[in-house]
Design a protein around this ligand. Sequence first.
Ligand SMILES: Cc1ncc(COP(=O)(O)O)c(C=O)c1O
Length: 402
Amino acid sequence: MPPTGLRARYDSLTVELDPPFALVDLEAFRSNAQELLRRANDRPIRVASKSVRCRELLTQVLAMPGFSGVMAYSLAEALWLFEEGVTDDLLVGYPTADRGALRALAKDDAALAAITIMVDDVAQLDLVTDALGVGHPKVRVCIELDASWRPLARIGQDWPHVGVRRSPVHTPLDAAALAREVLRRPGFSLVGVMAYEAQIAGLGDAPEGKPLRAAAVRMMQRRSFVELAERRAAAVAAVRALTPLEFVNGGGTGSLERTSTEDAVTELAAGSGLLAPTLFDSYQAFRLRPAALFALPVVRRPASGVATVFGGGYLASGPVGSDRLPTPYLPEGLRLTGTEAAGEVQTPLLGAVADELVVGDRVWFRHAKAGELAERFAQFHLLDSGGLTTVPTYRGEQRCFG
Ligand SMILES: Cc1ncc(COP(=O)(O)O)c(C=O)c1O
């Protein structure tokens, strides 16, 4: 639907709501889910809950064939999702130091069978045993392999380092050594390996108006992919030689078509691509439909060519830059100012189309990241052919996991 049609549709179907509010277009959400599956080449996709943060949406996507299990971002979150019956297959994608959550996990046999924690260091195993006491029940463990690209690692150089700072487990030998240590300890069972290639999956290779950067990113991603595919296969083989694994997880929204070509990877992870925030606009391989929006009301017209809306300063995490700001989406032709950008209590917008706006009209925005919108709004209004339904976000359920 062209943007003018979309704006009229969104405006008319939400006419009873007072902005600010957040809207999820379920047709776009489902179409994005199908696009993720198409790119996944029949590999199951584990849903990255950090990029959704709404139980109802997680439940809806898990009901679609092709999606299976959740990649939670905290152990407390995983325990809650399990208790609420969202899924019985939860991988916590990041290490935990939450002793209370570990104790809750250890008390519940069903949760122990459903939830897998992430480790990349014996210190994390020690912390679990310290929290639970010697002789604790078996905790399911996944080893995280570092997926960053270090072109000179073979000659012992750590620099340059392309990617994120996650696991210290970089080589197949490192992976086998940690696997042996997990297997040696009676309180753990080793069930998986994960490696997340952020420099491919989370970095757009077609930044608008930056052809040189695009070429450099593509070259880096091609090389990094070749290096990682070989190293990941060797690391997985080294661990599998010690114990059978239930799964090997890899990839993210931006890398599905690539990661799914690796035989060593049994499942993928993705979340952002469902809601399609602006940071996922600049990839050559796919186009998604903006599915998560928020509406702000015009409250002032300070001058011609300017309309000021209430609120709006919902910045995304990561390195500070204009790509982390929300983007005015509809009506088309509005932009933030360089001096105020998106403000704590008001956001002035510039553009000729501002003159068509009157106090009380609404402007539709997109967030730069997917899940963080749910930390701003207690509810998501879900728009479908049958109309609107309103569901709580994590925040709306008083769940804040950091
Ligand atoms: C371990 C892991 N897997 C996958 C992803 C991909 O998530 P998304 O598809 O939301 O970008 C992330 C994102 O940070 C991650 O940390």
